[in-house]
Design a protein around this ligand. Structure first.
Ligand code: FAD
Ligand code: DLZ
Ligand code: SF4
Length: 519
């Protein structure tokens, strides 16, 4: 090793060979540091599959770097004097390697970046923090776009990203197909008989098997089923998963994006978020492949535009939004929601068939698809007035693709309206009708979706009006929602009372989660 050593810590979601911290580095003077640390695995008690995914992908990535000629100092969770935190491990590595400089790509999460910001004063070497160029929109670019805007409309941001990337843009500067957004074609319910090709599932190799044993022994009390563990853990596996999506499922991705079928966990979704978020797949590359599928006549525009919008629209937008509003975003609670998260979110023990199925999928796969997270689980949390901190902890803990920067705007802004409407123009509140329209859940449910009040009524029905009634002051002036109050006002006092009483009886029946599930 040359005298002028540079230490390059690579975090668990930076598993990209071209990560900015490695760009331009000479292999003979660089020590890559990778750390399995107790703090990261337990600051919330992540789903077992999530910990296994990160550790296994980290170990495979370290092996690939070594094969490519890099020196990698890999600290395992079980290493005897593991310090348990990023800062502790970096301190030990500095003693071991005596680097003159430490180079790191900005952490994706505020919590971790905050710790990195203290390294300058803590450590004897120079600290260089590089921006994460795997995102299409830089943090400063988002801040510039957001400046002076009261409402940060995703659709407008998305158009800027279309122009910036040229994706689905024509030579005359107009969007392909004459429209920016084909969402109106993407709301079809699914016939349960429709054939859905299953995604590739990856057998654990020896590295993953070792990690699975470690996770079971150290994190056995965390939520979720560990096996079967089938997530891609290498770039090659993630590419295979992406290939299968582009060959078999993207065609139907758009139309059935919001559909839900009991027991069907993937449908036509890409199931690529875990791979994208930890760096195994490049988001822009995926969008280019989606566009190619359209240009080659293999997928319709509504599917391809929808997929691209999720990535260069929503994904980039929530990341910019997160950094723009942190750290205040973490404690935002505009609707003063304070109810504890119910125990059923951890056990799935509920007669509500839609909730039970989404929680089953979450438990089995560390995954639920977007509309389940938004319109079943999220809608429930919004209507029941669950404390935003508890909801954040839950979503962060249970999903394998969950990192603060993407989970928090979706929870605080999109589902809970706790940011006061900066992200969403109105709360995504819905009664049982919506779920009935988009799924086959209600048919086999103990509750009746058609019943509005009473013990056998779908709980979403009275909860919807309870929510509207208790937030009247805040919401009635919202032009997208205000007219709902005319419907409420036209109801008899007795009907209104029945709604409120049914909702309160249901809310009173919810058992709060026992201590120790999330933290
Ligand atoms: P697809 O349906 O195939 O979509 C393609 C890709 O678009 C996804 O892989 C993802 O990268 C991106 N995407 C889609 N919607 C969003 C969105 N709203 N925000 C950011 N990216 C999006 N996604 C995460 O990656 N991590 C999270 O922690 C997370 N938490 C969420 C919490 C809530 C309350 C909600 C409503 C959504 C959340 N999402 C999160 C977004 C979305 O649910 C997941 O990205 C998606 O379900 C992942 O499955 P998929 O790869 O099959 O996605
Ligand atoms: C999620 C996670 C877990 C469970 N464990 C680790 C770990 O031991 N080492 C690591 O480098 N990263 C881990 N991660 C992902 C990190 O939490 C993620 O990289 C940072 O939070 C990014 O800010
Ligand atoms: Fe869910 Fe209500 Fe339908 Fe039951 S009736 S599945 S609780 S929406």
């Amino acid at each position: 090793m040359a005298e002028q050593t540079v230490l390059v810590p690579i975090l668990g979601d930076q598993l990209t060979p071209a990560i900015s911290s490695l760009q331009g580095q000479a292999k003979n003077s660089t020590v890559v540091l990778m750390m399995e640390v107790w703090d990261e695995a337990t600051y919330v008690k992540h789903h077992k599959q999530k910990i296994a995914l990160i550790f296994s992908a980290m170990r495979h990535f370290a092996a690939a770097l070594r094969d490519d000629g890099w020196t990698v100092d890999y600290v395992k969770l079980t290493d005897q004097d593991n310090a348990g935190s990023f800062s502790g491990e970096v301190a030990r590595a500095i003693e071991r390697h005596n680097p003159y400089r430490l180079r790191i790509t900005q952490a994706s999460e505020w919590r971790v970046q905050h710790a990195i910001d203290e390294w300058e004063d803590k450590f004897p070497c120079a600290i260089e923090v590089l921006s994460d160029d795997r995102f299409i929109c830089s943090r400063s670019e988002f801040d510039h776009w957001a400046e002076g805007r009261k409402q940060l409309t995703m659709e407008l941001f998305y158009r800027e990203m279309r122009k910036k990337t040229g994706l689905l843009m024509n030579a005359d500067g107009k969007p392909e197909g004459g429209k920016w957004n084909f969402d109106s074609e993407n709301r079809q319910a699914l016939d349960g008989a429709l054939f859905v090709p299953s995604r590739p599932r990856f057998e654990p190799d020896s590295i993953t098997k070792e990690v699975l044993t470690l996770v079971e022994s150290r994190f056995g009390d965390h939520f979720g089923q560990l096996e079967p563990f089938e997530w891609p853990v290498t770039h090659a596996q993630a590419c295979e998963a992406a290939d299968a999506f582009f060959q078999e499922r993207i065609e139907n991705f758009g139309p059935y994006q919001d559909a839900m079928i009991f027991g069907e966990d993937d449908l036509y979704h890409s199931m690529l978020s875990t791979s994208i978020n930890i760096g195994l797949l490049d988001p822009l590359d995926l969008c280019l492949r989606a566009e190619q599928a359209y240009r080659d006549g293999k997928a319709p525009l509504n599917s391809v535009e929808g997929f691209i919008r999720q990535i260069i629209g929503w994904r980039e937008y929530v990341r910019g939004f997160y950094w723009h509003f942190m750290p205040a975003l973490a404690s935002a609670n505009e609707l003063d929601a304070s109810r504890p998260l119910p125990e059923l979110f951890w056990t799935g023990d509920t007669k509500m068939r839609c909730l039970a199925d989404c929680i089953r999928s979450t438990n089995n796969n560390a995954h639920a698809h977007h509309i389940q997270r938004l319109m079943v689980l999220g809608n429930f949390c919004l209507l029941a007035g669950i404390d935003p901190q508890a909801v954040q902890d839950w979503y962060l803990a249970v999903y394998a693709d969950a990192f603060d920067w993407v989970e928090m705007p979706n929870v605080v802004g999109m589902i809970l309206y706790a940011d006061g409407g900066r992200l969403a123009t109105k709360p995504y509140a819905a009664s049982g009708n919506y779920i009935n329209k988009m799924s086959n859940y209600c048919g086999g449910c103990d509750y009746k979706v058609s019943a509005k009040t009473g013990d056998d009524a779908c709980p979403f029905n009275p909860l919807y009006w309870h929510f509207m009634d208790r937030h009247r002051d805040r919401l009635s002036s919202n032009h997208r929602i205000g007219r709902i109050y005319s419907t409420w006002d036209r109801m008899s006092e007795q009907k209104q009372r029945e709604y409120i009483d049914s909702a309160e009886k249901f809310l009173d029946s919810l058992e709060p989660a026992r201590e120790g599930w999330a933290r």
